[in-house]
Design a protein around this ligand. Structure first.
Ligand code: PLP
Length: 367
């Protein structure tokens, strides 16, 4: 069989299922409902595989809520930092619940939302984010409400809260401690609603994560306030489940050994560039070290430095790890670099090319 042409994102169903089986267990023992955060991962070709393990999806825009309803199904939550007048009727059509970011949007759209459950984003002003850019509790944050009296004034108009404050949080003790703070400060509000979404960001699929403790804590929270708990993971569902497959196009030596590949971090792994993180290869071991560079004109189009057991040659293939979360959703046409195809590796090892992008896609992305 001829090799599939690079670049392509390779989603590994076996690795994805390992994460999903942990979700299934968490749902059973905690009683929490779990929704896929489409902002992180929206590659709908694998939704059939994911659907049995999840309760539905949550979204951050009209298009995401539509994708969730049409391609995933189940319980469909809508959230947006701000809705426009011409979006709201369609959002209500697709969603089971609509979560407003502010009291002013809740009130503004009350005429359009009389038939649907409404929620409000509560910002507890704490978070576990290590990045200012992604910190919902950053100074002057626009993400949610925190004045108790202001929220009390509209409590009859909502049935739940969404609180997203865990960010890349693999530390159960920190999760527990922050939730206790929220219980203390906002308990009076929480006991007046039917459901609370604790957002995403809990890395509970990690190898050493104490899943049972998390489940017990979620159940205790649910019992204490009489609420249905939701979680909205993105990253935790897809960690380790995809790679970006690339080919070496050229080798240079400018003080360091450089390998230029048929991809671009700016176009195909933008999230790493934004957060100044290095891409990883596996096993990343051996005496030959290369700086893996993209083919766009950006001087800093560098994936990172990786070690290999043998010297690289033009035509060699490299797998860059962790290419699912916040990666495929952010791919773009910078420099007109060929967009990576999407390939799914089945549990039997077979490869299925589900999407290729060509010049027409590039041309039609602008006019
Ligand atoms: C409101 C909300 N829910 C869920 C998520 C998903 O978070 P993660 O992918 O870290 O699990 C995010 C991420 O930013 C978010 O802002």
């Amino acid at each position: 069989m001829p090799q599939i042409q690079t670049p392509y994102y390779l989603i590994d169903q076996t690795r994805l299922l390992e994460n999903l089986q942990k979700v299934a267990r968490l749902r059973v023992i905690s009683g929490a409902k779990v929704l896929l955060a489409l902002k992180c991962f929206a590659t709908w070709s694998v939704f059939n595989l994911m659907r049995p393990y999840l309760d539905g999806t949550t979204s951050s825009s009209l298009y995401e809520v539509r994708l969730g309803r049409e391609r995933f199904g189940g319980e469909t939550h809508a959230y947006s930092v701000a809705y426009a007048d011409d979006e709201i009727a369609e959002v209500v059509l697709y969603a089971d619940k609509i979560i407003f970011n502010s009291v002013s949007q809740l009130i503004r759209f009350e005429g359009a939302t009389s038939e649907i459950a409404c929620g409000l984003r509560l910002n507890p002003r704490i978070s576990s984010s290590a990045f200012d850019l992604a910190d919902p509790a950053r100074p002057f944050s626009r993400l949610g409400e925190w004045h108790v009296a202001r929220i009390e004034a509209v409590i009859d108009q909502i049935s739940g809260f969404m609180i997203h404050y865990n960010c890349e949080n693999a530390d159960y003790a920190l999760f527990d401690q922050m939730l206790s703070q929220i219980e203390t400060e906002f308990g009076g509000l929480l006991e007046q609603v039917d459901w609370v979404s604790l957002g995403g960001g809990i890395h509970f699929t990690g190898a050493d994560y104490p899943l049972e403790m998390l489940a017990a804590r979620l159940r205790a929270f649910s019992d204490r306030f009489g609420v249905q708990v939701y979680l909205e993971p993105g990253e935790a569902l897809v960690t380790g489940a995809a790679t970006l497959e690339v080919t070496v196009l050229d080798l240079l030596h400018n003080g360091k050994d450089l390998a230029i590949v048929d991809s671009s971090i700016e176009a195909h792994m933008l999230d790493l560039l934004i957060y100044r993180l290095d891409a990883r290869t596996e096993p990343n071991d051996g005496p030959y070290r290369y700086m893996i560079c993209g083919k766009s004109c950006l001087a800093g189009d560098i994936f990172g430095e990786c070690a290999f057991p043998e010297a690289l040659k033009v035509g060699d293939r490299i797998s860059i790890q962790d290419a699912a979360g916040y990666t495929m959703v952010k791919k773009n046409w910078f420099n007109g670099v060929k967009m990576p195809s999407i390939v799914i590796k089945g549990c039997d090892g077979s490869l299925q090319l589900v999407r290729e992008f060509g010049y027409q896609d590039y041309e039609s992305s602008l006019s």
